[in-house]
Ligand binder design. Structure first.
Ligand code: FAD
Ligand code: SIN
Length: 530
């Protein structure tokens, strides 16, 4: 076992984690962990872009109003204010870091090209063609690599947080994390004065998702086990348009395709969105995904179509080179024909409750990015507000930590991970079986349209899965698959329990048993039992 000591431990190397690390003072010793390679996570996959009101006919107030409207009455208005008020500064910071945002061709050299996405009343999405996330991730990683005070670690997966309470010491502070080194299988201790969870979302809890395999809600599960409150987990966002193809795993077709004129079509070639919402294809995501689900069930169809072939090939290739290339690999030419698409789990709107500085309920523990619940997204996130939230709250958390670095640190003895009671497993089938079952249960019973009966059924299944995982965890050596499955099963329970507590339909949570929206919007807050 190795003991590492840092000022700040950042768990997650996506937009949120790296932004925080890059904004801490240069004398601060920082460790940034990724459970896979540094590019793993949703940031690298982000396509559409980052929301910021830059057009002369747009304003911060318009951005705020669109955010609140998409959030279906549940956004925390102060948080939304705070976020959009810092949007210009956030884009400026990314530009200074070297992110090569796409520019307008026919105007002044320095004006950014802004695209359009659902729920936005104006063109407002700054982007790097259709690979915004890739550009942000590679730029920030490159910059972090050049900092002497930042150590970047790959293939280290945090298992659990170390807290005073868990060590039986008086007080309530986070002291670091136990971490599995996937290369030599040792379980190391990372001690830190401040720990930042930037572990991304949990959409892998659903069978069909736009997310990569690592989106298993690790940070949310670790924070819960460390005693932090979690909110609004019932609001998992389904993105309307993921590529439908037997071999195309998790590939998104950006909402910007609809923003630039793409139309959703039934198998007979007719549009249907205008029947559901005046904004047509550019209605917020909850509305579009639900409409698609309705039409697919009505027609017994496995997928619908997204068509932008009426725009010129030059335009399509210029704006969507990556999507075009990926579709081509599956024999689909989007310049000539519609793309088969389905809705899939995309974004975790709820998460670890934090304040405007990213502070959780536990002293010394921060949560930023998709694993956090800041109150910005309410019952449905406005497109491209996620990367913005990552940057705004990472800057804020870094500032808050910087103000506290002068304070003396607690330095209690941390005992090593006890693996004396466990043996090597010869039953790994338990992991793959339960991984599959859990994600299917969530898709079938806790998906776009819910009922109370289905939620009860799902909870029953998930609790059985949890019991098996618990037995396995107590007897066998830990692996990254087991860590993720354990976290996913906990997050599934939190989603179901949150959905059961909401006796109304609002934003992304729609239940046939309570189709109405209550007059007063309240957060669902789950508190761990001590
Ligand atoms: P991530 O980028 O997901 O990074 C998580 C990090 O945590 C990774 O480094 C991972 O290895 C690490 N990690 C997780 N668990 C552990 C652990 N136990 N131990 C160690 N490390 C761990 N949002 C927008 O605003 N605009 C868009 O255009 C957009 N497009 C998207 C397209 C796709 C396909 C997807 C999936 C999402 C998109 N989103 C978009 C959402 C947005 O990309 C994410 O919400 C955001 O990037 C999350 O960033 P993050 O830093 O919180 O986490
Ligand atoms: C997209 O490009 O459609 C994703 C945008 C987002 O999730 O905010």
């Amino acid at each position: 076992m190795q003991q590492h000591q840092y000022d700040v431990l950042v768990i997650g190397s996506g937009a949120a984690g790296l932004t925080a690390a890059l904004n801490l003072p240069s004398q601060t010793q920082i460790a940034v962990l990724s459970k896979s390679d540094l590019l793993a996570g949703s940031t690298y996959c982000a396509q559409g872009g980052i929301a910021v009101a830059l057009n002369s006919n747009d304003s911060i107030d318009n951005h705020l109003n669109d955010t609140l409207k998409a959030g279906a009455g549940l956004c925390h208005e102060q948080t939304a204010h705070f976020t959009v008020n810092h949007s210009h500064e956030s884009i400026q910071w990314l530009i200074q870091q070297g992110v090569p945002f796409s520019k307008n061709k026919d105007e002044a050299q320095d004006s950014l090209h802004l695209t359009w996405e659902g729920g936005h009343s104006h063109r407002r999405i700054a982007h790097v063609a259709d690979i915004t996330g890739r550009a942000i991730a590679t730029t920030l990683i490159n910059n972090a690599t050049q900092k002497n005070n930042i150590d970047l670690f790959e293939n280290l997966i945090a298992i659990d947080l170390i807290t005073m309470r868990k060590l039986g010491i008086k007080g309530n502070r986070c002291l670091g994390a136990y971490v599995l080194n996937q290369e030599n299988h040792s379980i190391d201790v990372f001690k830190a004065r401040f720990v930042i969870l930037a572990t991304g979302g949990a959409s892998k809890v659903y069978l069909y998702t736009s997310n990569q395999d690592g989106a298993s809600g690790d940070g949310i599960a670790m924070a819960w086990r460390a005693g932090c409150r979690i909110s609004n987990m019932e609001f998992n966002q389904f993105h309307p348009t993921c590529l439908y193809h037997p071999q195309a795993k998790s590939f998104l077709i950006s909402e910007a395709v609809r923003g630039e004129g793409g139309r959703l079509l039934l198998p007979d070639g007719n549009r249907f969105m205008p029947r559901f919402d005046d904004r047509g294809e550019l209605a917020p995501r909850d509305i579009v995904a639900r409409a698609m689900d309705h039409e697919m069930k009505r027609l017994g169809s496995d997928y619908l179509y997204l068509d932008i072939s009426h725009r010129s090939s030059t335009f399509i290739l210029d704006h969507f080179p990556n999507i075009h290339e990926r579709c081509q690999q599956f024999g689909i030419d989007m310049t000539q024909e519609p793309i088969p698409v389905v809705p899939a789990a995309h974004y975790t709107c709820g998460g670890i409750i934090v304040n405007q500085a990213g502070q959780t309920d536990l002293h010394g523990l921060y949560a930023i990015g998709e694993c956090s619940s800041t109150g910005l997204h309410g019952a449905n996130r406005l497109a491209s507000n996620s990367l913005l939230e990552c940057i705004v709250f990472a800057l804020s958390a870094a500032q808050n930590i910087t103000q506290q670095l002068h304070k003396p640190a607690d330095n209690p003895e941390i005992h090593r991970w006890d693996a004396s009671q466990v043996t090597n497993s010869n039953e790994d089938i338990m992991i793959s079986h339960n991984w599959e079952e859990l994600r299917r249960v969530m898709w079938d019973y806790v998906g776009i349209v819910r009922t109370t009966k289905r939620l009860h059924r799902a909870l029953h299944r998930i609790m059985l899965v949890q019991q098996e995982i618990h037995d396995f965890y107590s007897h066998y050596k830990i692996s990254s698959d087991l860590i993720e499955l354990r976290n996913l099963a906990l997050v599934a329970e939190l989603i179901i329990r949150s959905a059961m507590q909401r006796h109304e339909s609002r934003g992304l949570h729609f239940t046939l048993d309570h189709p109405e929206t209550l007059p007063v919007a309240t957060d669902t807050i789950l508190t761990p039992i001590e």
